[in-house]
Design a protein around this ligand. Structure first.
Ligand code: 6GU
Length: 458
């Protein structure tokens, strides 16, 4: 990832980040960081970059020309997402950090004095972002805050790739308290349950601690969490048909974008996927008008599908939804199965034609595609789609009918169970081989078909 910072204080950025983990990532060339001095681009012979504001009022304003020329130099004419750090922006969140972490290149623009001439902002800025409701003297500290939050999500920056998953804000809850040695310090003992070795009990205790803390310190977050939990409970009355929505919410992926009784839009921004449910045709029409731009819309009511097709969404496919409700892990007979790496992208994308290479790469980087091997030879794979369903199943012709698909599925199911997820999948209605396999593995089939529609961005 390439990061450019436009600033009057480049040394503040470079020296500020150098000793940190982000500085190490720059040394390892996982990230490049350049700080462009806006003053180097002024045409004023005294090096001036600011002037009085039209209409009067306090303080000086950064002028358009040096900012624009510095931006042009950094962007090199490419369309690069450009973030202006300002207390007038939208609040910076972990979700925005995740979104930005997927960009190849970013530009941060730091203002000073009373701000920057509006005209240049209109031309170059794509995102106006604030880091909180307080006023700082300039955009450098906010830019460093954002760079830290974004860069740590770039694969390879943190040593341990799973640590980003279990942290605060993952599921609208704050993190639980943690303890290290010694067992007793200042006469305070480590909570007994953590020494019990009982994993289920420990998970339960941690969840309770997270809930208590969130309620106390962040009642706003706790309210959101409760609303979600309540909806999951409602949806569980028809678990087989609703599992995709329940899992989207419980895995901390989907947000409730709209809810009015049984009319519901869940949006997984990362997967660019909407899931909706409506009470009747009229409300489905209303919901369709509220849909955000998304690649995919998933519905399991035929009349909602009809409304969306009429509204111009294309029907991609009709599937059956299967879910695995047992809690026990399954035996995996074929042993040579492991997580794939980006080296395996060409193999997978040459065999699996429903999705793009870019998508396969993203899924592999997420650690959610597993491959089967015969010695060094790749012979098949399975994975999780970005909205949560199992899929991406493939076995080489000459290795079929030997239980390898079954082992791949069992392996994938076990990985889901370890994370506390309910495995589910969507099988195209004409794929009888796959249907047979789901039955054999004792998946339950939902009564309603599930329809995948392509969103209007497709
Ligand atoms: Cl992004 N900039 C400045 N100057 N002050 C802030 C801020 C940004 N976010 C909160 N306060």
């Amino acid at each position: 990832m390439k990061l450019h910072v436009l600033t009057l204080f480049p040394e503040m950025i470079l020296q500020g980040l150098a000793p940190s983990i982000i500085g190490r990532a720059v040394e390892k060339k996982i990230i490049s960081l350049d700080a462009v001095n806006i003053r180097d681009y002024t045409l004023d012979k005294h090096g001036k970059v600011d002037d009085y504001t039209y209409g009067g009022g306090a303080g000086m304003l950064m002028q358009a020309q040096p900012v624009y020329d510095a931006w042009k130099a950094a962007s090199g004419g490419k369309k690069i997402r450009t973030i202006y750090l300002t207390p007038q922006g939208t609040p910076f969140t972990q979700n925005l950090a995740k979104e930005l972490a997927k960009e190849e290149e970013l530009i941060f623009l730091c203002g000073h004095y009373e701000g920057i001439d509006e005209r240049v902002l209109e031309e170059v800025v794509t995102d106006f972002v604030s880091i909180g409701d307080y006023v700082l003297t300039g955009g450098e500290l906010p830019a460093m805050v954002m760079i830290d939050a974004v860069a740590r999500l770039v694969p390879g920056v943190l040593g341990n790739d799973t640590s980003a998953e279990e942290e605060s804000f993952h599921n609208d809850l704050l993190e639980y308290p943690q303890y290290s040695r010694p067992e007793s310090w200042h006469e305070k003992r480590v909570p007994e349950v953590l020494l019990s070795g009982n994993h289920a009990k420990i998970m339960k205790w941690r969840l309770e601690q997270s809930e208590t803390r969130t309620l106390r310190f962040r009642p706003d977050l706790y309210e959101k969490y409760r609303e979600k939990q309540h909806l999951i409970k409602q949806l569980s009355k028809d678990k087989r048909n609703n599992i995709h929505m329940m899992e989207s919410l419980s895995r901390g992926k989907g947000e409730i974008l709209y809810r009015d009784g049984n009319n519901l839009i869940i949006f997984d921004r990362e997967a660019s996927t909407c899931m909706l449910k409506a009470e009747k045709t009229e409300t489905a029409t209303k919901l369709s008008e509220r849909l955000p731009e998304a690649k995919w819309i998933i519905v399991n009511q035929e009349f909602v599908k009809e409304v969306l097709v009429t509204a111009g969404y294309g029907l991609w496919g009709e599937c059956n939804q299967y879910l695995y409700t047992a809690k026990e892990s399954l035996p995996v007979r074929y042993k040579a199965i492991r997580s794939l790496t980006t080296e395996d992208v060409p193999y997978v994308s040459s065999r699996y034609k429903h999705d793009t290479e870019e998508y396969i790469r993203e899924r592999i980087l997420a650690g959610e595609i597993y491959g089967a091997f015969d010695g060094d030879r790749q012979i098949g794979f399975i994975g999780l789609h970005n909205e949560g369903s199992m899929g991406l199943l493939y076995v080489e012709e000459e290795y079929r009918r030997q239980g390898i698909a079954e082992s791949l599925e069992a392996f994938c199911i076990n990985r889901c169970l370890e994370k506390g997820w309910t495995p589910y999948g969507h099988v195209l209605t004409d794929n009888t081989a796959s249907e047979k396999l789901q039955d054999k593995l004792r998946f339950y089939k939902a009564s309603q078909s599930i329809y995948w529609l392509s969103g209007k961005t497709h």
